[in-house]
Write a protein that binds this ligand. Structure first.
Ligand SMILES: Nc1ncnc2c1ncn2[C@@H]1O[C@H](COP(=O)(O)OP(=O)(O)O)[C@@H](O)[C@H]1O
Ligand SMILES: [Mg+2]
Length: 691
């Protein structure tokens, strides 16, 4: 039996609007409105319930509101239509009221379907009826939005509708997954990746890229054989390598704590020399001469290209003047062995050959020929090479480029540089620190000379190829704490810069996702005091990705239990959030500030969310949805191994298997003492500040 819309409304009515402001509507519930369970809207459903939805019809459709609070007020018994003078005396009567926040409009489309739209343009007025939504309407609220491709959970408040997301939205503008330890963040993150890959239905052949920075080593088993796990001390294919030649000057600076006075310029100079393949340190005089001849060469080539020296006055006069100055400068270098002689002769010949004294005593210079200039260029080039210059130095590479060099060579170069420039005492600390770094056996497999020496191979290992899905899990748990921030920073920066170059060369982006677990330890707030140290460098690398990653197809996924310790820049660049249980005051407050007022009500539910339940909001979701994240089978869950006290105590586990924990302090002592010598130098140096 079909019913008229009016009859329908009458059935679903639960109250009436009694107060209205743009961000807040108060509703008085009817006395007959359900109390506990509502059976009038299809499947029985809890009503009234915090954060559930109610509808207020208006001309454009139904305004969807979310319940923020419900209370009871003692008021005179309400006057109802047709019941005048209901009682003799007005006894106080408990009346239920609700405050709701308007979220958007639910419009009827063809075929009894509904479509939800964010934002409310016209408001109801006092006295408007309030309705409980039908199942179909509820589903339509949750299932709004386009490209709902990946199924990630169900919404218990809305008839268990499936929560599906558009991966372009979820990963495209950065996602933060926040919540206490044990609230289900890691499972959610692991699930998002697995369900997304599953939804592509491409098997292993999806052209997808995920890089997971995993400080606890929890993800190693999550993807089974479908992921590459890189860890310290792994076999070739699986070893985590972040060679020191990948570090840029900022990262070197942070690690060595070079001060901007004398140390930093020298450090940069040494790095520049390494990038330019200058393996031996050269004396200053030689270096200057080389640089000068290099400039001469560039300038003559540029002049030739412009045709300058072949034009008439004043150009050839200027060119001659240039030659005269060059000759004088070359003479001033005064080098012991004389690689400059023949060049000076050539210049002399050129100048004299073109000099023409006129009758009035003025000196004129005739035009130069192409051949003459080419000979000059040729000889300048020879001299330049003779001084140890290479083509690369004509266009010197800057100190930040990832061009391989050896740690040992770098160290000896720095030592020679310190001696030559008389800066030994300034560089002592810096050199000692680099020496400890290079000599430390714990770091050798990560940064040492035996690690990868080709940039393209390194990129392929971390970012994969286009034929297959690439999931790279980077187990940071065994990286020594001195370099764990630098390592993380270098990996994320290189990934970002590689994708930047990808777009430059291809005019298209290569969509990739970078996941940072325990983000609060790597993307921390920093202040002026901590600026420039390794952890600030790491934060800055992520801040850059947060600001610009989207342009180059790099999406960030952060997971953290301490959002209040996260860099505010990074957090505010996240456009989608999945919020698990958050019980800490400061963290709640912070999360609250990130969101518009109308969602505050929903956030109050945060402290009481059971694990696996979360609120999805932001760019990836048309409106905030409380959801239960899909179940992840045991083998696919990240395993954060809590210490198994009980099993060890009673020497067996729940399956009845024997649990052994032998103690061999000798082995530990030996391992410990082997590295001790190196550690001591480092600790000593930490103690005194040289500058
Ligand atoms: N989606 C899920 N599917 C199955 N179990 C889950 C799910 N989310 C959370 N859990 C359970 O909760 C525990 C803690 O989750 P976890 O993701 O490690 O939390 P967090 O990373 O926030 O510390 C897991 O070991 C698992 O038992
Ligand atoms: Mg976790």
């Amino acid at each position: 039996m079909s019913r008229t819309p009016v009859e329908n409304h009458a059935d679903l009515r639960i109250g009436v609007v009694e107060f209205i402001a743009p961000d807040e509507i108060k509703i008085q519930l009817d006395i007959e409105a359900p109390d506990g369970i509502a059976a009038n809207a299809g499947v029985p459903r809890e009503f009234p319930r915090i954060n559930s939805y109610v509808l207020i019809p208006n001309e454009g459709g139904h305004i969807v509101c979310q319940v923020e609070w419900i209370n009871i007020e003692r008021s005179p018994f309400p006057k109802r239509k047709g019941y005048q003078d209901y009682g003799l005396i007005d006894l106080p009567f408990p009346i239920r009221k609700m405050k709701v926040a308007p979220l958007g409009i639910l419009k009827m489309t063809s075929g009894e379907k509904f479509r939800f739209q964010r934002g409310v343009h016209s408001f109801p007025s006092i006295g408007s009826p309030v309705l409980i939504p039908t199942d179909l309407q509820l589903m339509s609220i949750v299932e709004s939005g386009s490209n709902r491709r990946v199924y990630i959970g169900n919404s218990p408040l809305t008839a268990n509708a499936q929560v599906k997301i558009d991966p372009d939205r979820l990963f495209g503008r950065h996602l933060a997954v926040l919540g206490n330890t044990g609230s289900g963040k890691s499972c959610t993150v692991a699930g998002l990746m697995q369900w997304s890959l599953e939804a592509t239905e491409q098997g292993e052949n999806a052209n997808a890229r995920f890089i997971i920075l995993d400080p606890n080593g929890e993800y190693t088993k999550v993807f089974g054989a479908n992921a590459k796990v890189l860890k310290v001390g792994g076999e070739d294919e699986d070893s985590l390598e972040v060679p020191l030649w990948l570090w840029n000057s900022e990262e070197w600076r942070a690690f060595t704590q070079a001060k901007s006075g004398a140390q930093l310029p020298l450090l940069k100079r040494a790095l520049r020399s390494m990038r330019n393949g200058e393996l031996e340190f050269q004396s200053d005089q030689n270096l200057k001469a080389k640089k000068f001849v290099g400039i001469m060469l560039q300038s003559t080539v540029a002049s030739e290209n412009k045709g300058e020296p072949f034009q008439g006055f004043p150009h050839n006069k200027n060119f001659t003047e240039r030659l005269i100055i060059w000759k004088r400068s070359l003479e001033s270098f005064n080098l012991e062995t004389d690689p400059l002689g023949s060049l000076m002769e050539r210049i002399e010949v050129l100048i004299e050959g073109h000099k023409a004294e006129q009758s009035n005593g003025w000196v004129n210079y005739s035009e130069y020929t192409v051949e003459e200039i080419e000979i000059l260029i040729e000889e300048t080039r020879e001299t330049y090479v003779g001084l140890g210059g290479g083509d690369s130095e004509l266009f010197p590479k800057n100190e930040d480029l990832p061009i391989p060099f050896s740690g040992d060579v770098f160290l000896s170069y720095l030592e020679a540089l310190a001696q030559e420039t008389g800066n030994e005492q300034y560089l002592e600390f810096l050199i000692a620190r680099i020496r400890t770094l290079i000599g430390d056996s714990r770091m050798d497999s990560i940064i040492g000379d035996k690690t990868e020496k080709e940039l393209d191979k390194w990129l392929e290992k971390y970012l994969g190829k286009s034929e297959k899905t690439s999931v790279t899990i980077i187990d940071l748990s065994l990286v020594p704490s001195e370099i764990v921030h630098i390592t993380t920073s270098v990996i994320s920066r290189i990934v970002f810069e590689a994708l930047q170059r990808y777009r430059k060369l291809n005019n298209k982006v290569l969509p990739s996702v970078l996941v940072m677990e325990e983000a609060h330890s790597f993307i921390t707030r920093y202040n002026d005091n901590t600026e420039g140290n390794s952890s600030a460098i790491c934060t800055k690398a992520f801040e850059k990705i947060a600001r610009e990653g989207r342009k180059f197809g790099l999406g960030l996924v952060l997971s953290s239990q301490r959002p209040s310790e996260l860099s505010p820049t990074v957090l505010s660049q996240c456009n989608s959030y999945i919020l698990h249980r958050i019980s800490n005051d400061r963290d709640q407050e912070l999360v609250g500030r990130l969101l518009p007022d109308t969602f505050r009500g929903l956030l109050r539910e945060l402290p009481s969310l059971p694990s696996q339940k979360a609120i999805l909001l932001g760019w990836a979701s048309e409106l905030p949805i409380l959801m239960k994240v899909r179940d992840l089978p045991f083998e696919q869950r990240p395993q954060s191994d809590d210490p198994d006290f009980w099993d060890v105590w009673i020497r067996k586990n729940s399956k009845g298997e024997v649990v052994e924990r032998k103690v061999d302090w000798k082995r530990i002592a030996n391992d410990w003492q082997e590295n001790d010598a190196e550690r001591e130098i480092d600790d000593e140096l930490e103690d005194f500040d040289l500058l």
